[in-house]
Design a protein around this ligand. Structure first.
Ligand SMILES: Cc1cc2nc3c(=O)[nH]c(=O)nc-3n(C[C@H](O)[C@H](O)[C@H](O)COP(=O)(O)O)c2cc1C
Length: 168
């Protein structure tokens, strides 16, 4: 049941608090050339190991949303420190859209045909096994059908409005 008590903070307060929460930066990709789509995403995590599942929260207005839904597949690419400019591009900060965003980076495919970033820290190629309507977003549950790792690299993190690398 939603809380009926009046809120003592605004959505701007919530947004401001959330700026302090570090997020692992990823790119969720879907579709096949020339209809590839992708977006920068921090609302993703591991869901279970048996079976191997992840979840990603995708805004319904995102270019990739309907292709994930219709194709029932996506790849969750976890970014390294050197991928900051790719993260900005896939967040639309350079004005690029759709397939144009794949001009930079080395892209390949695994099982589903969704674009896999060759030098991602990890890439989880998924078939959508469930999805949930969450207002502005859809929560897609992905069953991992193939994966690639290139570990021992610095992860890219987003905190206080900046792409950064965690301090050791
Ligand atoms: C650091 C960062 C994290 C983001 N996380 C998400 C996210 O978890 N889910 C989401 O739907 N959009 C997220 N976005 C916004 C999308 O990347 C952005 O709206 C993108 O332009 C959508 O793709 P489109 O231009 O093809 O619609 C994030 C943006 C940034 C910069």
């Amino acid at each position: 049941m939603p809380n009926q008590e009046p809120l003592v903070f605004s959505s701007a307060d919530f947004r401001s608090a959330m700026r302090n929460v570090p997020g692992a930066v990823s790119i969720v990709t879907t579709g096949q050339r020339p209809g590839r789509h992708g977006l920068t995403l921090t609302a993703g995590c591991s869901l279970s190991t048996e079976p191997s599942r992840v979840l990603v929260c995708v805004n319904k207005s995102a270019g990739a949303h309907d292709t994930i839904e219709q194709g029932a597949a996506f790849c969750w690419n976890i970014l390294a420190a050197e991928h900051a400019s790719l993260a900005k591009s896939f967040a639309g900060q350079d004005g690029s859209k759709g397939d144009m965003r794949f001009a930079d980076g080395l892209w390949r495919e695994l099982a589903t045909g969704s674009p896999v970033l060759a030098d991602a820290i990890c890439a989880f190629d998924c078939r959508v096994c469930d999805s949930y309507d969450a207002g502005s977003h859809t929560i897609f549950i992905g069953e991992v059908v193939a994966q690639a790792t290139s570990a021992d690299r610095e992860p890219l993190v987003y905190v206080q409005g900046e792409f950064t690398v965690p301090r050791r």
